[in-house]
Design a protein around this ligand. Structure first.
Ligand code: ASP
Length: 407
């Protein structure tokens, strides 16, 4: 059976088991979760996280050395960032529109009195940008600071390209390291169906279904936004800009989306997402290795959609209307929040505080939406990594066409 089929079966069984577990007694769930589902899921996440930093470092270094010309790399970078920013702004517009059409905050009775939420300090976006160049690359790798690792790898890659023959030894060392890491990604992915099953059953069982009740409309609004952005914005971009078939793209990329769904982490999905794009969709290595890790760090369209819907929801629940300037402010701050959100579970919810306070909405409103966020995090992470992949695919297809014309 193909891996994709196995993963689909695991997803379905995971959802069924998760729902069944919501009916089980607390004792049964806790027992299963502590001794079976939790450990299996965590082992799977650790297995992939173990590969992320070395893989990103090695593959970006090689990709940069392969491109050779820093100006060309700069062009790819500018195209990618432009695509990321525009698609995120579109995502927010979709989220806001759905929020106003479905009015999730008007349905049901929301207990605003008891809503409490302590906003955590989030680093200012400017600080993140300034710190892209690491003062200690080893520390960056140790703590998994993705942007800093990317920057360091680019420097090493450019140096390798300039030094050519002189550093051929190190370059082949990187190539061999890349072989090893790719082999490991392949091997670890064989465990994906089991990991995905455990993670999904555990998080659905944990979240429970009663939390959904009055939040149903909010869930529908976010899910609809995610769906529309995936089905229309990305498909149109792939078709119009990439001149490629969106269905073919989605079919090939599905295993990576399912890893995004089960791990709720763009970073953890990177190894499989990069491999899928390169091997199944023929995306040029130097583009995939550069654009996808960058996207996993700064491009979060799914997160932005959730933040837009949540902002409208909270404004409706507290009956604090937003005017047009406020909405523009939401587009701006949610785009920045998406840049600043790390590709790990749950951070998008923390960054929502920044958007809310920017437009004068009570941060405590987050308490209302956080209960159902686990499930939405899974879905939005799938979309987040699909956005990164869409961008890499389009740039690569364009590049290929250019090369064809030139030859
Ligand atoms: N879990 C998301 C990701 O890794 C980020 C978030 O929205 O919390 O892409």
């Amino acid at each position: 059976m193909s891996l994709t089929k196995k993963i689909i079966i695991a997803l379905i069984l995971g959802i069924i088991a998760g729902i069944a577990l919501t009916f089980a007694s607390d004792k049964v769930f806790t027992g299963l979760d502590t001794y079976l589902l939790g450990p299996v899921g965590e082992i799977f996440i650790n297995l992939i996280m173990m590969l992320v930093v070395p893989l990103v470092f090695v593959s970006i270094t090689l990709g940069t050395a392969g491109v050779g010309d820093p100006a060309k790399l700069g062009k790819i970078g500018v195209s990618a960032v432009t695509f990321f920013l525009i698609s995120t702004a579109i995502a927010i517009a979709i989220g806001l529109s759905i929020g106003y059409i479905l009015e999730p905050g008007k349905e049901g009775v929301f207990d605003v009195e008891n809503a409490e939420f302590e906003a955590e300090e989030v680093p200012p976006v400017m600080e993140t940008l300034v710190n892209i160049i690491p003062d200690n690359p080893i520390a960056s790798m140790a703590s998994g600071e993705m942007l800093q690792i990317i920057a360091f790898a680019i420097f090493i890659g450019v140096a390798l390209a300039f030094l050519g023959e002189k550093t051929a030894g190190i370059r082949s060392l990187f190539e061999q390291a890349n072989e090893i890491l790719n082999w490991l990604v392949n091997t670890v992915m064989k465990a994906a169906p089991y990991g995905a099953f455990a993670l999904i059953a555990s998080s659905i069982g944990d979240a429970g279904l009663d939390a959904l009740g009055s939040m149903a409309m909010y869930l529908v609004a976010v899910i609809l936004g995610l769906f529309i952005h995936g089905a229309f914005t990305y498909s149109l971009a792939i078709w119009g800009l990439g001149k490629a078939n969106p269905l073919h793209f989605y079919k090939a990329f599905f295993p990576a989306m399912s890893v995004g769904f089960s791990t709720s982490s763009s970073n953890a999905s990177l190894p499989i997402a990069m491999k899928t794009l390169q091997e199944k969709l023929g995306v040029k290595k130097e583009i995939s290795t550069f654009v996808q890790p960058l996207g996993a760090t700064i491009n979060m369209d799914g997160t932005a959609i959730m933040q837009a819907v949540a902002t409208v929801f909270i404004s409706q629940v507290y009956a604090i209307p937003l005017d047009f300037t406020d909405l523009l402010m939401v587009v701006l701050t949610a785009t920045l929040a998406s840049v600043g959100t790390a590709g790990v579970p749950g951070v998008g919810m923390l960054m929502l505080a920044m958007v809310l306070s920017q437009v004068g909405l009570p941060v405590e409103g987050i308490a209302l939406v956080i209960g159902v966020d686990r499930l939405l995090d899974m879905l939005r992470t799938s979309l987040n990594i699909t956005g990164d992949a869409t961008c890499a695919y389009i740039i690569s297809e364009k590049e290929k066409r250019k090369e064809m014309k030139a030859s």
